[in-house]
Ligand binder design. Structure first.
Ligand SMILES: C[S@@+](CC[C@H](N)C(=O)[O-])C[C@H]1O[C@@H](n2cnc3c(N)ncnc32)[C@H](O)[C@@H]1O
Length: 191
């Protein structure tokens, strides 16, 4: 279950991956074209970006991608069954720098526990950011869930271009500004 909600009739054994905050859909378009044997779900709660990405995916005729217009944590908490995902991709997530907005960051103790629940055994959470303070937040939270995840070096996806970490729109924009990037992979522990 899980992928069948979005790809009815598909072979349930096909890998299923989620991108949270897919923005203009650059990663989805590139990666879904490079890996046609995998189904991707993108989720985006900003209407303008959602419409842009949905139109782009339609024009590219991608049949292994679906896009949802909603809050990612609503989906993860209430719709996704246990163990349905191979990878959760979270790239250049909004840093919400003011302390009173930290609760809006996608990575929280609760969301890490939910990602652990919806990932299959040895499934992965991929985190990339340019933002030093958000990176410190990731490090701090990840250090508290070593019973749930094992940390690994990040491996570039198949579709990343020459010299890119992952190749999203924000990465390309920030690269032109010369910002450094941080990346990690968390591998789900347990059966
Ligand atoms: C800084 S942009 C990065 C977009 C894209 N990942 C990239 O690297 O080009 C972050 C995106 O995540 C979306 N977003 C943030 N929190 C979200 C959530 N809880 N659910 C869905 N989308 C979210 C924002 O609307 C925004 O489009």
């Amino acid at each position: 279950m899980g992928a069948e909600l979005f790809f009815p009739g598909r072979d349930p054994a096909r890998p299923f991956e989620l991108e949270i905050g897919s923005g203009k859909g650059t990663f989805l378009v590139q990666e879904a074209a490079a890996r046609r044997d995998t189904d991707f779900l993108g989720i985006e709660y900003a209407g303008e970006f959602f419409r842009y990405a949905a139109d782009r995916l339609r024009r590219n005729g991608m049949d292994n991608v679906r896009l949802l217009y909603m809050d990612a944590m609503e989906l993860v908490r209430h719709w996704l069954p246990d163990g349905c995902l191979r990878v959760v991709h979270l790239y250049f997530s909004d840093p919400w720098p003011k302390s009173r907005h930290h609760k809006r960051r996608v990575v929280q103790m609760e969301s890490l526990r939910e990602f652990h629940r919806v990932l299959q055994p040895r499934g992965e959470l991929h985190l990339v950011t340019d933002h030093p303070e958000l990176w410190a937040w990731y490090e701090e939270h990840v250090a508290k869930v070593t019973d749930l995840f094992e940390r690994r070096a990040f491996e570039r996806p198949q579709s990343a271009g020459e010299g890119e970490v992952v190749g999203t729109n924000f990465e390309r924009k920030y690269r032109r500004e010369g910002r450094p990037f941080h990346a990690m992979t968390l591998v789900r522990r347990g059966a």
